[in-house]
Ligand binder design. Structure first.
Ligand SMILES: [Cu+2]
Ligand SMILES: [Zn+2]
Length: 184
């Protein structure tokens, strides 16, 4: 305001003189944030007796987090695909990864359902060669805060997630497991 008044006075008082050089101090931007995690990934390793393996990448995009998964060694058809609450794949059957990642205490559901666990990604669908590929953007998962998937685990199941049964879609044994880690 003061600068504007000064400029106005200057303009009316002495139009022929060059405007005084006003030193404007730009305050440091308050929108600068810590760089943050932009990408994370999980290497999926087979559980005991399984040959399912693959990789899931998580990439921060403008409108959420993009999830890209490539998995092999599956039986053709749908397979439950979730983030589980513990980043621990040490048990031979993958049970050490715990239940579905559910920080808000909601019910199990499909990826696009109103009610779902944060970790609910629905199903991966394998083709006749046992390969599955998915690529979608999710708005429920995050790299920070309560919904952060960092340090959690991705599980691919032997059976389809029926998207209805509680608490985990009746997706059967865990066929592959991988811990979600930030990519430097
Ligand atoms: Cu699961
Ligand atoms: Zn679930």
């Amino acid at each position: 305001m003061a600068a504007a008044m000064l400029a106005l006075i200057n303009l009316t008082a002495c139009q022929t003189r060059p405007a005084p050089s006003v030193s404007v101090t730009t305050p440091p931007s308050t929108s600068v944030r810590a760089p943050g995690i932009r990408t994370a990934s999980a290497q999926l390793n087979p559980t005991q007796g399984s040959s399912v393996k693959g990789k899931v990448s998580f990439i921060r995009v403008e409108n959420g987090i993009r999830v890209v998964a490539d998995v092999t060694g599956l039986t053709p058809g749908p397979h439950g695909f979730h983030v589980h609450e513990k980043g621990d794949c040490s048990a031979p059957d993958g049970s050490s990864a715990g239940a579905h990642f559910n920080p808000y205490g909601t019910t199990h559901g499909d990826l696009h359902a109103d009610q779902r666990h944060v970790g609910d990604f629905g199903n991966l669908v394998a083709d006749n060669s046992g390969t599955a590929h998915v690529d979608f953007v999710d708005v429920r998962i995050a790299f920070e805060g309560l919904a952060s998937i960092l340090g959690k685990a991705v599980i691919v199941h032997a059976n389809p997630d029926d998207l209805v049964s509680q608490p985990a879609g009746n997706a059967g044994p865990r066929a592959a497991c991988g811990v979600i880690e930030p990519v430097p």
